[in-house]
Design a protein around this ligand. Structure first.
Ligand code: UD1
Length: 421
């Protein structure tokens, strides 16, 4: 298994090009199931999760052609030849549940393995299932699989989400595009990735209003057609490299993004003493003064502070002059990076869903291990600021969501390398 070795202490300087958003791509790809014409996605990130979604789509009968060095994916679904998303693939990646809505809408049947728990909590899919039921599907659970059927097609309805779940909003939105009549998704998630999905569906002929607000209205159409769509930039990747600039007291321009894309996160970085400025081709990030300030953070659905940047922000706050607090409100058990950061010299106490970070710490390199994607990159960030060498084990987590992390960071002067085994 590959590891990453980081030797800290170099202020990072230069430019980093931000890739297409993993989370947008993972919902745009299943949207291809809604039509028998090709869907071409450009600006696709080259990540392990995208490969897993390709495998899942291929298992259902799609043809997925990676073009231009995997920067473009052409997905053709002339016929869905198999209605079952098997456990072997679904267990690898929870986003697999996103084939449920489109397959059910087009075929009137979908059999999808339940994903089960994962390292950051129970993560049930009850809201996805309730949304499908609201649209007229009949569901049965058998042997760990959900069998969803709607032999006469789905019917437009009000889908009232008790929590603004990103995935459940995406599944409901895709399913409703082919349902008969009007659907309204209430308390919809407002993430930019949902807007990106809606824009792609509109390009495919769907009738959607209100994406990006908490009420999305969809007029069902009998069929969708092919389209070409550019995946939006990855705001989580951008936020991660913003922290790389701040944690090393460096100066980085992230190209292909704007400050708006990372809204609440940029506000918190500024509160912590980091400048985040729009420049000609992107966003420039550097510290405002020598010291970082402590801040209070609560993770929230968009437009609040994203849970996917919580671990990285914690790494930064270990260096702030004073006590910071982070409350994790989206996922239970998303503090697995804490014991590892502590092994590097951080002073952090966790009480339930809140972590108190006592700064400033003097970070020192150590062998560390991560249990999820964002936790592992937070250890790379801490390693960039630590004295000595940090070895991050289980790099496959990083490869799920960060494209060539060691190349992007070393181009800005980081002493980082991959140790392949
Ligand atoms: C998506 C992102 C993930 C991000 C998360 C929150 C993708 C592929 N992944 O995940 O990176 O961290 O949004 O911004 O886009 N919940 C239920 N029942 C459900 C669905 C969710 O209880 O049916 C709970 C979850 O356990 C969690 C919370 O709702 O506590 C948020 O989950 P959700 O917004 O659905 O996140 P995902 O779509 O899984």
């Amino acid at each position: 298994m590959d590891r990453i070795a980081v030797r800290g202490g170099t202020p990072l300087k230069g430019e980093i090009a931000i890739s297409g958003a993993k989370n947008a791509c993972l919902t745009l790809m299943p949207a291809a199931l809604l039509t028998d014409e090709p869907l071409t996605l450009t600006n696709t990130p080259r990540l392990a999760d995208i490969k897993t979604m390709s495998e899942l789509l291929e298992s259902l009968g799609c043809e997925v052609a990676p073009l231009q060095d995997r920067r473009v994916l052409a997905i053709g679904t002339e016929r869905i030849s198999n209605h079952t998303a098997h456990y072997d693939i679904v267990r690898k990646m929870r986003a697999s549940i996103l084939v449920l809505g489109p397959m059910l809408a087009r075929e009137g049947e979908a059999i999808v393995s339940l994903p089960g728990g994962c390292a950051i909590g129970a993560r049930p899919v009850d809201l996805h299932l309730k949304a499908m039921e609201a649209l007229g599907a009949v569901l049965e659970l058998e042997d760990g699989y959900v069998h969803a059927s709607a032999p006469n097609g789905l019917t437009g309805a009000v889908v009232d989400l008790p929590f603004a779940s990103v995935g459940a909003t995406e599944n409901a939105l895709m399913a409703a595009t082919l349902a008969k009549g009007e659907s309204v998704i209430r308390n919809a998630a407002r993430e930019p990735e949902i807007v990106d999905l809606a824009n792609c569906l509109i390009a495919m002929g769907a009738k959607i209003e209100g994406a990006g607000s908490s009420e999305i209205r969809i007029q069902g159409v009998p069929r969708l057609h092919g389209a070409t769509h550019r995946v939006i930039a990855d705001r989580i990747e951008a936020g991660t490299y913003m922290i790389a600039a701040a944690i090393t007291n460096g100066d980085i321009v992230l190209t292909g993004v704007t400050r708006d894309l990372v809204g609440a996160f940029a506000d918190k970085l500024e509160e912590a003493g980091v400048l985040v400025e729009d420049v000609e081709h992107g966003v420039r990030v550097r510290r405002a003064g020598e010291h970082l300030k402590p801040v209070h953070i609560e993770t929230e659905p968009f437009p609040g502070f994203p849970t996917d940047l919580q671990a990285q922000m914690m790494a930064l706050l270990t260096l702030a002059e004073g006590d910071s607090e982070i409350e994790e409100k989206i996922f239970e058990n998303r503090f697995m990076h804490v014991p590892e950061l502590s092994r590097m010299g951080a002073h952090i106490e966790v009480h339930g869903g809140a972590a108190m970070i006592h700064g400033p710490a003097h970070l020192t390199g150590a062998p560390v291990m991560a249990t999820d994607l964002r936790a592992s990159v937070s250890l790379v960030l801490a390693g960039l600021a630590a004295e000595g060498e940090t070895i991050v084990n289980r790099v496959y987590h990083l490869d799920r969501g960060y494209e060539r992390v060691e190349e992007k960071l070393s181009a800005c002067g980081a002493n980082i390398r991959r140790l392949s085994e």
